[in-house]
Ligand binder design. Structure first.
Ligand SMILES: [Ca+2]
Ligand SMILES: [Ca+2]
Length: 211
């Protein structure tokens, strides 16, 4: 499996766990469909289907094959952890040096950043209102974007700020909720080849794991 392909598949799996608030360990249990302590090729195929990732079936089965260093068709917990170690989902999400980011895309990136940091829209407001005066000013937005390492240019931050605060007075709670509520977060995540799954689609198998 080419390195780039491996990176892409590992990013898909890792982001699907991260955005679903599952640890790598919990993810292993979820993929170990029959709960026997290893992820077989059949487990992997069944997981791919139940997660609705059928279009990436071949890629993810090759990932399984590649991660399974022992080549016995049974991916162990250690092999799983090693294959997913060091995957930088944030880096993949906020890849620097791309083409210009539209205000709509930047809004989706903020939504994804909140998800990555496990913040609700309300908690996100508090995090972005850096000086805590009840309004996200242009300055607040710039500081928050920088501290999240979102890799937006000052011009892109200007455009996002204008998008959310056409009057330039700042983004209040209401405008923040409306702006993020309307943001295509999933579209941004998908456009990076990353995935967000619902918790229901991916839940650790009861009785899975050691034991
Ligand atoms: Ca299994
Ligand atoms: Ca403020």
């Amino acid at each position: 499996m080419a390195r780039e392909e491996q990176r892409r598949a590992a990013g898909m799996v890792t982001s699907s766990l991260l955005f679903s608030r599952l640890t790598v360990e919990e993810g292993f249990n979820a993929f170990d469909v029959d709960g026997d302590g290893v992820v077989s090729r059949e487990d992997m195929g069944a997981s791919v289907d139940s997660l609705g990732l059928g279009e990436f079936r071949d890629l993810l089965l090759r990932f399984h094959e590649d991660a399974n260093r022992a080549r016995d068709g049974m991916m162990s917990r250690q092999e799983w952890a090693r294959a997913l170690a060091g995957v930088d989902v944030q880096g993949l999400l906020f890849r620097p040096g791309g083409e210009g980011v539209s205000p709509g895309e930047a809004a989706g990136m903020v939504g994804a950043a909140l998800l990555l940091n496990q913040l609700s829209i309300e908690e996100g407001f508090a995090a972005f209102d850096v000086d805590a005066d009840g309004v996200v000013s242009r300055e607040d937005l710039g500081s928050a974007v920088a501290s999240l390492e979102m890799q937006l240019t000052p011009q892109e931050v200007d455009a996002l700020f204008a998008h959310w605060s056409p009057s330039g007075a700042g983004v209040d709670r209401e405008a923040w909720a409306a702006g993020l509520g309307g943001a295509d977060v999933n579209g941004v995540i998908r456009s990076r080849d990353l995935f967000m799954l619902t918790r229901r689609a991916l839940s650790p198998t009861p009785g899975g794991g050691e034991g």
